[in-house]
Design a protein around this ligand. Structure first.
Ligand SMILES: *Cc1c(COP(=O)(O)O)cnc(C)c1O
Length: 230
């Protein structure tokens, strides 16, 4: 099931790349395995997937410890400062930094452990009250503040778009994040690159690719519906 699903998602990624005049290699598929058993992660691994996403620190740690070390883990959930210790040194990229307070706590843990951290700044483009993420107009200031932390490296931006029936309704959200990343890239801030744009989920990843996503985070379309609402 997982392998068939992956083949379908990859075909759709390719088609979206073609429509957008982009190369297939310019989009990284992150398989979001949150709540799903290691057995299913292994099926995706056998298929060739090496990028996985988790939104709970302890769950990511457990899977990291059990699975092959050539997997790159993406931490995509809300990160509490007391859980940074589980994520640092295990996640290749933390997608969900949305405050200076969190970035400073990551910096402190980096210094303590002798590590570095690659992060994305999460932007709440849709301005949904329930969602995490910094406001669009505050994102540049936050990037500049984080840039001063020597062990934390901003690599780009991430957003979570709302669930909508028609994925096209999220197009302006993705376009806004892309424009914001181009704006910030133009500021040439030391210790900041804007090469990564993490946007698009099961419901809207094709639209996100058309609007410039470099990383899409797809769970349900690969692993099936989750039992627990997260
Ligand atoms: C769960 C989750 C996803 C994947 O969602 P699907 O709709 O199952 O593809 C992507 N990004 C984040 C931040 C998530 O929490």
């Amino acid at each position: 099931m997982v392998k068939e699903n992956l083949a379908i998602v990859e075909d759709r990624v390719k088609a979206a790349c073609d429509r957008a005049g982009r190369s297939y290699g310019s989009v990284t598929l992150i398989a979001v395995s949150k709540t799903k058993p290691v057995r299913l992660v292994e099926q995706a691994y056998e298929y060739g997937i090496r990028q996985f996403g988790e939104n709970k620190a302890q769950e990511m740690k457990e899977k990291y410890d059990m699975l092959p070390k050539n997997i790159e883990w993406h931490f995509i959930g809300h990160l509490q400062t007391n859980k940074i210790k589980y994520v640092l040194g295990r996640a290749a990229l933390i997608h969900s930094v949305d405050s200076l307070h969190l970035a400073e706590a990551i910096e402190a843990e980096c210094v303590k452990k002798g590590l570095e951290a690659d992060v994305l700044v999460e932007v709440n483009v849709a301005q949904e009250e329930t969602k995490s993420g910094i406001k669009t107009e505050e994102a540049e200031g936050l990037v500049k503040d984080i840039a001063r932390l020597p062990h934390v490296h901003v690599k780009g931006l991430m957003t979570i778009a709302p669930f909508v029936e028609n994925a096209g309704n999220n197009r302006m959200i993705f376009r806004t994040l892309k424009e914001l990343s181009v704006d910030i890239a133009g500021k040439n801030i030391d210790n900041v690159s804007m090469n990564i744009l993490s946007m698009g989920m099961t419901n809207d990843y094709e639209v996100a690719i058309e609007e410039g996503a470099t990383h899409i985070r797809v769970g349900t379309a690969i692993f099936g519906e989750r039992n627990i609402a997260i």
